[in-house]
Structure formats: structure tokens, C-alpha cells
Design a protein around this ligand. Structure first.
Ligand SMILES: [Zn+2]
Ligand SMILES: [Zn+2]
Length: 240
């Protein structure tokens, strides 16, 4: 929902110098600048799914990387679920060479079974989630063993507590308050239950619809989860 309080979905994960963007909803390029990050510093982008509130800034990112004059030395890896290569081809049928880049490496992860990729400073595991056919949750693990799990958008999903097991930080969607649940999304107490079952070290709730501003999200989450809890705000920084 358009909001002056919150930008759409995007998380920046930094492992030493490696910069990993997870989703890029509208407005993300400007928010990155607010966070002191230039687009040519990004090494990876992972997409949880293709809803516009998570992916629409991809067009602006590619366009800016091509024409802003920002010098790029490293390739940009963009990874998403099944259908992403076709999604990009269809974007090109509209925007053509404006969004074609050198050193762009696109990859699809399996959306039917758990999948895995290994990079120089981190590993990533994915599972399909209960939202869209291409929806994925990701677990990022640094070489020293620190782990961050990003739920993406999801309804209740049995595998989520497995991929989040003992995570140092679990970033979980909590779109609607308890009692107002909608299909395809979680509530604070449902997110808390997954975090409790997974025994995560820290839970960060995010993806709040405006209805969440009218209730006490923390209290609702506390019905099922007693560990360290954070409610996402734009430009919030957490160290793991
Ligand atoms: Zn969605
Ligand atoms: Zn969403």
C-alpha cells in the first residue's frame, strides 16, 4: 500500500564487502542511497517472488546501472524462482536494450523442492512457500556460520520452521493483524509460532499492511514467541 511511513519490500544483507539485495519493491534505489549504497556495489539480488511490491524496482536498477555512468567491475547475480528467465525476457520485450547489461548472471532456483547454491562468501538454501507458484524463502549462511532467513510472502507453510531452524535472524512477513488474516500471508502470532518452533535467535517482523498500525503487533506476536523481537522500520540496521 502506498505509505509515507514505509517503503515497499527490500532488505540489504551485507557479509563483509559482499552486498546482497533481497527483493526490490518500488523506491528501493532511493532507499539504498539513503543507506549509503550505490547500485554498482551490489553483488547479488534475490527475489522471493514476482509481485510488483517485491520486484518492480528491478527495471529501474538495470536501467540505472546501464546509463548512470556507475562503473561496474563485478558481475551482478540475480536469482529467483522458476519462471524468472522468462519473466526477464518479457521485460526485455517491453524495455529492450535499456535493461540489457553486461556481466549479468541470471539463475532460477527450484520451486518444487528445496534447493541450494554456493558462492564465495555465503551459501543459500531455498524452499518453496505457500504464496505464488514461484515463491521462495531463503536461508543465507556466511562462511563463519551466521545465518539469516527471509520468509518472503507466505501463508502457513510446514517447511518454513525447518529452513529457519536456529537462524541468527529470521525476517518474517506479518502482513495482517491477528483476527484479520488474509490468504497467502501470516499474522504476528503465526509468525511467532514459526519462530518459536524454529528456535530462532532473533525475529524481525516485516511487510506490514496499514491495518497493522491500528493494533499492538508486538503483543500479538508475544502470544506465541518470547525471544528477541524487532518490528521492521525503513533503514533499520541489525548486526548478526
Ligand atoms: Zn506477494
Ligand atoms: Zn508482498
Amino acid at each position: 500500500m502506498p505509505s509515507l511511513k514505509r517503503n515497499a519490500s527490500s532488505v540489504l544483507l551485507e557479509i563483509d564487502e559482499t552486498k546482497i539485495l533481497i527483493d526490490s519493491g518500488p523506491g528501493t534505489t532511493r532507499q539504498l542511497l539513503e543507506a549509503g549504497v550505490y547500485l554498482n556495489q551490489l553483488n547479488h539480488i534475490f527475489y522471493s517472488h514476482f509481485h510488483p511490491d517485491h520486484i518492480s524496482e528491478l527495471i529501474s536498477i538495470l536501467f540505472a546501472l546501464k546509463y548512470s555512468g556507475l562503473k561496474r567491475d563485478n558481475p551482478l547475480y540475480i536469482t529467483a524462482g522458476h519462471g524468472f528467465l522468462g519473466f526477464y525476457e518479457r521485460l526485455k520485450s517491453v524495455f529492450g536494450h535499456w535493461i540489457e547489461l553486461d556481466k549479468l548472471i541470471l539463475d532460477e532456483m527450484n520451486t518444487f523442492t528445496p534447493d541450494h547454491r554456493s558462492f564465495d562468501v555465503f551459501d543459500v538454501n531455498s524452499i518453496p512457500t505457500n504464496h505464488n507458484p514461484e515463491s521462495l524463502s531463503y536461508r543465507f549462511t556466511s562462511k563463519i556460520g551466521a545465518s539469516v532467513v527471509y520468509s518472503g510472502d507466505t501463508d502457513e507453510c510446514q517447511q518454513l520452521s525447518h529452513i529457519a531452524k536456529n537462524a541468527d535472524l529470521f525476517i518474517c512477513e506479518s502482513a495482517m493483524p491477528d483476527g484479520q488474516k488474509v490468504d497467502g500471508h501470516l499474522t504476528p502470532s503465526l509468525a511467532g509460532k514459526i519462530a518459536h518452533d524454529a528456535k530462532v535467535a532473533n525475529l524481525l517482523l516485516t511487510h506490514f499492511y496499514p491495518e497493522c498500525d491500528t493494533v499492538n503487533i508486538e503483543n500479538q506476536c508475544r502470544k506465541t514467541y518470547s525471544g528477541p523481537l524487532w518490528l521492521a522500520q525503513d533503514l533499520m540496521r541489525l548486526a548478526v
